[in-house]
Design a protein around this ligand. Structure first.
Ligand code: MG
Ligand code: MG
Length: 251
């Protein structure tokens, strides 16, 4: 069942989204060579709680940390810990915050120190894929118009989209209907209507699309060891087009 939100509810999600965006901005400052992913997790939890929020991921199906940190060939759901960032790493960070009963969810892949031009291009394409997907989040379009835009942008650049992980509706729960795949046929899937709120999240690989899950039962990495990137925003479909809810106050 797709739950459409009122204007008031969307405003509540925007407040949660601001905390998410501010958290990611702070983590971007900390994602430097020498820092551990555990350091980032600690800083994120402290900031989120100082804003009156709850880190949504902590305890979700037993997840042990406040954020997900996924370096290099790890796609998503990495558990923060002793991994120490090195110059040239990519680090995907995923943050969810619950505030006043509503959830917002966003991810960003940071360049640690100096990265090479291939890695740089992967980040640019993933951000472009997210922007193309968001652009389709309009009343009267369909979910797979988003999916198709993400896929086309990614594959035109010679990269692949992960197929076994998808974006999602979001609201009072982190995962609501509908699923938002990163591949699909235009004009298919549920009709987009004002009040729908979606987490759009391309996960793209420099190599093939296949992934595997580690023994920790969380972290998911590329099969071929190629680099992966992940960018995500929580977006509202409104009468006036797409509105990104996971932005800092300055936007
Ligand atoms: Mg997320
Ligand atoms: Mg998500």
């Amino acid at each position: 069942m797709i739950v459409r939100k009122s204007r008031t509810e969307i405003e509540a999600m925007r407040r949660a989204g601001r905390v998410v965006a501010e958290t990611l901005a702070r983590l971007g400052e900390l994602a430097r060579p020498g820092a551990t992913t555990g350091d980032l997790d600690e800083a994120a939890e402290e900031y989120i709680r100082s804003e009156g929020g709850v880190p949504t991921f902590k305890g979700y199906r037993g997840f042990p940390a406040a954020i997900c940190t996924s370096p290099n060939s790890m796609v998503v759901h990495g558990i923060p810990g002793t991994y120490r960032l090195e110059d040239g790493d990519l680090l995907s960070v995923d943050v969810g915050v619950t505030l006043d009963g509503f959830v917002a969810d966003s991810a960003f892949t940071f360049a640690v120190g100096e990265i090479d031009s291939d890695a740089e291009r992967l980040l640019e394409v993933c951000q472009a894929a997210l922007a193309a997907g968001i652009e389709q989040a309009r009343a009267g379009k369909h979910v797979q118009d988003i999916s198709f835009a993400v896929q086309r942008t990614t594959e035109a650049a010679g990269f692949s989209v992960v197929r076994s992980l998808v974006g999602h509706g979001i609201g009072r729960s982190m995962h609501e209907d509908p699923q938002v795949p990163n591949f699909g046929e235009p004009g298919r899937g549920p009709l987009l209507q004002p009040g729908m709120t979606l987490a759009i999240e391309p996960m793209i690989n420099a190599g093939g699309p296949d992934v595997w899950m580690a023994d920790d039962r969380w972290s998911i990495s590329t099969d071929d060891g190629s680099l992966s990137a992940h960018f995500e925003h929580t977006v509202a479909v409104t009468e006036n087009g797409p509105v990104v809810l996971t932005q800092t106050q300055e936007h």
